[in-house]
Design a protein around this ligand. Sequence first.
Ligand code: 1CP
Length: 360
Amino acid sequence: MIGNIDEHRRAAATEGGNGFLAAAGGADTDTAPVWLMRQAGRYLPEYRKIKERYGFWRMVRTPEIAAEVTLQPLARFPLDAAILFSDIMTPLPAMGVRIEFAPGPQIPDPVRTAADVAALRLPEQDEIAPFVGRAVELVRTATSRPLIGFAGAPLTLAAYLVQGSGGGDYATFRTWLHAEPRAAATLLDLLTEVTIGYLRMQVAAGAQAVQLFDSWAGITDTATYGRYGAPYVRRVLRALDTAGVPRIYLAVAAGHLYPQLAELPAEMISIDWRTPLSRARTVLAGKALQGNLDPAILFAPPAVVAAETERTLRAGLGGPHVFNLGHGVLEHTPIDSVARLVDTVHAFRRHEEGNRHDES
Ligand code: 1CP
């Protein structure tokens, strides 16, 4: 009989879906649930095939395709959550912004003046990206694993809109915030309202958790983040107070901002690979932690992937932990490494005595 129960457990583990919502909501689970940022993407041949045929924007805007791509990594790996296939730029065309992908977002007409900001429109909630709501519904009917909805944080969206493209150190944007403080506040207000509507729509359609991606928060110093980052993030997260879903906040390269992050109304903070989870745990007391294996480690030999995954798991002990990478899956990541990572996470019993030391 015991064998049967074990079989059953093993089957459930292969299906995934264990404990993500519990851990994100603050439970110190016996195994760490796992999903990966950019788990649907270019490292998967089945993704590349669809992209060759349709192109990125069309994939995002076609609910059936977005749902299929969302489910692709779940068919391969026993991941414990799905993240909707879309992009942080998805809600912006409804504001009147033109966006191209090459492969990252490009804004041919960047926002620079008060008049540029004034020309942007505030769409109604149901106009923002109705195809995303439909994709959420389709995913929910196709899998019992929890679905994470997401949006870009206002500061990160503004960084793209003003700079015109991604990457680099966003010097133009950093100057602009301080040279045009009133236009900056107006732009961030507008992006905050759109983001609130966009996330509420996803939750109404069935998203069971939300993650706010602040990929470029780390380009700001603490004072600039305190003025142009945190207040708007707080407004977005507060607007979801009564939504009944765990709120996850990712700020990349933002170790210097952790004391400010500790004050935000998010249940879980996603930590990039630069800071050990054990250290984040002390600064972010009371929060669940998500993260934070360096995505580059997935290119190392299998034994290294397993060892570094376990090291990350040990650093995550002592409170709720959802395993993830410290940032998105990189383009040529070996698929076997992803499989090994997920298996290693699921095999690790967090409450077992022998696993309790942490050398980070
Ligand atoms: O599987 C998943 O994680 C879901 C899909 C997803 C998510 C959550 C995509 C698909 N994009 C995002 C969020 C996103 N997009 C972020 C936040 C997370 C992060 O920091 O990585 C950011 C900053 C973007 C902007 C963006 N879109 C980039 C980043 C680099 C840059 O130049 O600024 C890129 C490459 C894109 C395009 C994109 N979005 C998603 C994919 C799979 C791709 C690549 C398109 C392709 O060539 O196939």
